[in-house]
Design a protein. Structure first.
Length: 745
């Protein structure tokens, strides 16, 4: 028998603690890890199937290069040399704007991003694209204004709420909060707690709801405005909270006066007015929190809706309070602020798009590559992301990759994207390396887990993504000659090393911006892992609040803190609490006065213009495409594109399209037959499944279909059906509202 080893699931952002039994370097059993302080033994079906993520027939075993239509094996030396030479040629000829970096990390690990972004900036470019730019841009942008920093997004403190609103979130399937199913069952069974689901369909989560508001798809703006006006009309707003913690309400409040909530609710949203009034009361008068998700994020009016959600929470006094919306603690932020009002913020050459949180939206990338602007993107490094299955408009992406002068894919698997790149470089998987993510939010205690390898590298030649990036940086000549003493310092413990590094940087201030690279290179050698070295760097650069909280827990207040904490981290592969943040959650705000800055000038006009008449008109579907395609359900047979062996999905959901009974009857569709779905972009054959989970007027295809495994394609890649131009003002795709029609075959 093998041993149980502690790790975590890497298949969604929850990173639940797992224990795996390993025999002959294979995972043979999996169970939830009760010792993990955050997930406490919780797992879902996907976590229990994690072996499929590492053991499958499409792992990449060595560097490869495309020659004609085939890939040939090359050595690491050849790969790094050829890629860096090509980069230098492109830089020389076309300048820094020719480079883009995509991905670099996903829900399982992000240590590579720190090095990848520095490579990009050493080349002189800021064109970083990631999946964050196709779901969170709108909320991150709104947070930048209201909370004072992009990406400073509040999380529902749902385990302590009395009312939980699931708004465009199907938590039963997608999780997105610790121990979700336990939480949802608690709400369903406890008469003192109310679960409200705002979703056009009777989702698995809606089936558990105390009140389900099956609103007309896309009518969320009207419902939000209605909630706010009802609360104001009833005098239910929290006046004390508003006067103590909110700036700008005086100016905003008048915009809701005279809004005909009843008419909006009944005529636009198609809901029962009394139900809506009751939910407004629960929002205002109980400990409420709201979890919004892709039904809001990837939908029309996303920026405005996120803004209205902030207004709703602020006037009901739900920010920074127990059971409300909490700004979580973190070791490192999810990204760095990029305010588009600053003239130094880059825009793209073709679409003139700006980044949010330093991230450009994937929907524009094909256009930024396939054009004839002299400064178009010509070289792309993509890592830990699978644009050809995950990002909108697969066909445009295929063309774009072919248009590049250099494309490099770093992955663990021979993915749909890898198959279109000039070079494929093998990374060790998240279960074969040290890594961590910033998504495992907690508050006020800062939970942290550094995953430790539970398997030997399955491909002996595979490396950490961060180490690969570092190799490229060295080959490009960006790394100075470092003194041997710095390499040796790493052997003498982390404290000694950090002092030596500080000394070196004091003497060589010109290299300060290279600090993480130097750390990764020198301490990384000593520790045998660049990622581990980077984590010590994150600890050393932790915020004041983090350090004060660590000292309060007994960590030393000087530079020795890092070594002590790092030892504890290594000694707790199940994760641990490393700091306690101030209980006063308002202190987490980045606005100068620690108040919520509720006025966003740019959104005042759109807010006024969102009238009942205009919304009614805007919600009409075009005659040619009368149905709404929900392009990508996140159900429990999907793990984004992380699991490659299709056979773990016994229900073969990759070929299905869900449709409700009335629509099926109208379209003369029979359960189990093939039908044709057509969008403005393309068409596909799908297997009809008639289901009461589907809302009238909508059809559903899961996310992550179209997998190519061992040369065979499985089902529909829904991103082939969407155009990259179906996006909003921040570049977010409208995947929850793709006009389509379905035809009987
Ligand atoms: N099993 C599983 N879990 C996952 C993932 C996975 O691949 N598989 N992926 C993870 C990731 S990266 C993410 S981002 C999350 C996504 O998690 P979710 O956002 O929960 O995923 P969706 O399946 O898109 O569910 C969105 C819900 O919004 C509803 N909706 C659609 N249109 C509207 C509308 O107009 N208004 C409202 N109010 N609601 C609407 C849909 O009916 C649907 O129930 O899941 C994570 N968890
Ligand atoms: N149409 C449509 N498209 C969608 C969605 C939708 O609802 N509809 N959902 C979107 C959402 S919310 C998200 S978050 C994205 C996710 O899309 P992506 O950013 O593509 O993320 P993943 O599919 O999780 O994984 C990406 C890649 O990481 C690789 N990988 C796994 N482990 C490692 C590792 O250790 N190192 C390296 N280098 N690579 C590794 C995997 O093999 C995979 O190729 O998809 C989005 N795409
Ligand atoms: S997929 Fe998410 S919820 Fe399921 S076990 Fe993994 S981390 Fe936990
Ligand atoms: Mo996501």
């Amino acid at each position: 028998m093998g041993d149980w080893k502690k790790t975590s699931c890497v298949l969604c952002a929850q990173n639940c603690g797992l224990e795996v039994m390993v025999e002959d370097n294979r995972i043979i059993k999996v169970r939830g890890d009760k010792d993990n302080p955050r997930s406490q033994g919780y797992t879902c079906r996907k976590g229990l199937n994690i072996a499929h993520y590492v053991h499958h027939g499409d792992r990449i075993h060595y560097p490869m290069k495309k020659v004609g239509e085939d890939y040939v094996r090359i050595t690491w030396e050849e790969a790094i040399k050829e890629i860096s030479e090509k980069i230098l040629q492109i830089k020389e000829k076309h300048g820094p704007k020719a480079f883009a970096y995509a991905g670099g990390g996903n829900v399982g690990g992000q240590m590579e991003v720190g090095i990848g972004l520095r490579l990009l900036s050493l080349l002189g470019s800021r064109y970083y694209y990631s999946s964050l730019g196709q779901e969170f841009s709108n909320v991150f942008w709104v947070d930048g204004r209201v909370a004072g920093k992009q990406g400073l997004t509040s999380m529902p403190d749902s385990h302590n709420s009395e009312t939980l609103v699931a708004w465009g979130w199907n938590g039963w399937m997608s999780h997105q909060t610790p121990r979700t199913r336990i939480l949802l069952k608690e709400f369903a069974n406890n008469p003192g707690k109310k679960l409200i689901v705002i979703d056009p369909r009777l989702s698995e989560t809606a089936k558990l709801a105390d009140i389900h508001l099956p609103l007309r798809p896309g009518s969320d703006t009207m419902l939000l405005k209605a909630f706010i006006s009802i609360i104001l009309d009833q005098g239910w707003e929290d006046k004390e909270f508003i006067s103590n913690h909110v700036n700008g309400w005086g100016e905003l409040g008048s915009l809701f006066v005279g809004f005909d909530a009843k008419r909006a609710v009944e005529e636009v949203c198609g809901l029962d007015y009394q139900d809506v009034v009751e939910v407004a009361r629960l929002l205002a008068r109980t400990k409420s929190s709201i979890h919004q998700d892709l039904g809001i994020y990837m939908n029309r009016n996303s920026t405005l809706n996120n803004y209205l959600l902030h207004i709703l929470r602020a006037i009901t006094g739900r920010f920074c309070v127990e059971g409300g919306q909490i700004f979580p603690a973190f070791l490192y932020p999810i990204g760095s602020d990029s305010d588009e009002r600053n003239p130094k913020t880059w825009r793209t050459v073709k679409t003139q798009m700006f980044p949010v949180l330093g991230v450009f939206p994937p929907a524009i990338l094909p256009e930024e590559i396939s054009n004839d602007h002299p400064e178009r993107i010509r070289a792309l490094i993509v890592s830990a992301s699978n644009p050809l299955r995950s990002w909108p408009d697969t066909l445009a992406y295929e063309k774009a990759l072919a248009d590049l002068e250099l494309s490099v894919c770093i992955d663990v698997a021979y993915t749909e994207t890898a198959r279109h790149c000039d070079y494929i470089l093998p990374s060790v998987s998240y279960l074969e390396s040290y890594d961590t993510t910033c998504f495992s939010y907690s508050y006020p205690e800062l939970y942290f887990q550094m995953r430790q390898p539970v398997l030997e590298p399955i491909s002996p030649e595979a490396k950490e993504g961060s180490a690969i990036m570092l190799e490229l940086i060295k080959a490009l000549g960006f790394m100075p000659e470092l003194p041997v003493s710095l390499y040796q310092a790493g052997e003498k413990g982390i404290t000694f090393y950090l002092k030596s590094l500080n000394g070196y940087l004091m003497e060589n201030p010109q290299y300060s911006r290279l600090a993480p690279l130097i750390l990764g290179e020198t301490l990384g050698k000593a520790l045998g892992s660049v990622n581990q070295a980077l984590i010590t760097g994150l600890l050393a650069n932790g915020s004041k609040a983090l350090k004060a909280g660590a000292v309060a827990m007994g960590y030393p207040a000087d530079i020795t803190m890092v070594e002590k904490m790092f030892k504890d981290i290594l000694g707790h592969p199940e994760g641990l609490i490393i700091s306690k943040f101030p209980r006063d959650n308002f202190q987490m705000l980045k606005t100068p006065d620690k108040k919520l800055a509720l006025v966003i000038e740019e959104l005042l006009e759109p807010l006024k213009e969102a009238t009942i008449e205009r919304e009614k008109e805007a919600l009409k579907m075009p005659e040619e495409f009368p149905l709404i395609l929900h392009a990508g359900l996140h159900i429990d047979t999907v793990a984004n594109t992380m699991i490659r062996n299709p056979h773990w999905d016994k229900e073969k959901t990759w070929e299905k399209m869900w449709v409700n009974e009335a629509d099926a009857a109208r379209l003369d569709l029979i359960d189990g037959e093939k039908a044709l779905i057509k969008t403005k972009t393309s068409s596909a054959k799908v297997l009809v499944e008639i289901s009461n989970l589907a809302a009238p007027g909508c059809v559903y295809i899961r996310h992550g279909g179209g997998l190519i495994y061992e040369g065979k394609k499985y089902g529909v890649n829904v991103n082939e059906l969407v155009s990259s131009t179906e996006r909003d003002e921040l570049g977010t795709p409208l995947h929850r509202r793709i006009p389509c029609r379905v035809e009987k075959l």
